[in-house]
Write a protein that binds this ligand. Sequence first.
Ligand SMILES: C[S@@+](CC[C@H](N)C(=O)[O-])C[C@H]1O[C@@H](n2cnc3c(N)ncnc32)[C@H](O)[C@@H]1O
Length: 219
Amino acid sequence: MSERSGTLADDPFGGRHPTSHERMTGLPWDASYHDGPAPWDIGQPQPAIVRVASGGGFAGAVLDAGCGTGENALHVASLGLSVLGVDVAETALAIAREKARDRGIEVEFAAADAFHLERLGRRFETVLDCGLLHTFDSDERPGYVASLASVTEHEGTLYVLCFSDDGPDTGPHPISQAELRAAFNPSTGWDVAAVEPDRVQTRFQEDGAPAWLATIKRL
Ligand SMILES: C[S@@+](CC[C@H](N)C(=O)[O-])C[C@H]1O[C@@H](n2cnc3c(N)ncnc32)[C@H](O)[C@@H]1O
């Protein structure tokens, strides 16, 4: 085995730069999926995303960035849309593919780093971020926002469902409206169309945690 491949094989981050969350926990995201469902992995799509979908909010090719075990992507794909879910956690992707097989839903799941979505070489009319942005520190957000912009069609729509700071009982890493609006604005290629209070369901809170559902248009 060459020294280079040995290094990559031993690297739990697969050669990519660990995110702030991974540096904080000392573990790759994949580890969250090793011992049963992760706290956010509720075994069904998030009600807020189901609502967006039933209101016709998803159109064209859809990207689910940080798809986890795929419940949201599977729900949108079950409506007949073309969906790609990406994640850095191979274990989550394997679970998502198995669900797709079991449910007979046509959907694509692939390993990809949300900081380098341009490497997909594809563009999407609708992009979903359910619980990914809020895992990034403020210094990581500009790179992620630019990466999202690189794959979103002109006038495409990005939905962000993230923990909000509008308590009580906020989830980890809550984000303020002001932070959302600072990240997505015309200078970064985006226009925030709406930020509505909502909930993110989790396995550890009966009625979930306060969230923002942001609808953001690509300029
Ligand atoms: C809080 S979980 C949400 C998962 C899923 N969207 C859901 O609602 O169940 C965040 C997900 O983002 C993934 N993730 C974290 N950093 C990532 C990155 N740089 N690129 C792609 N996925 C990432 C994690 O592996 C994890 O599956």
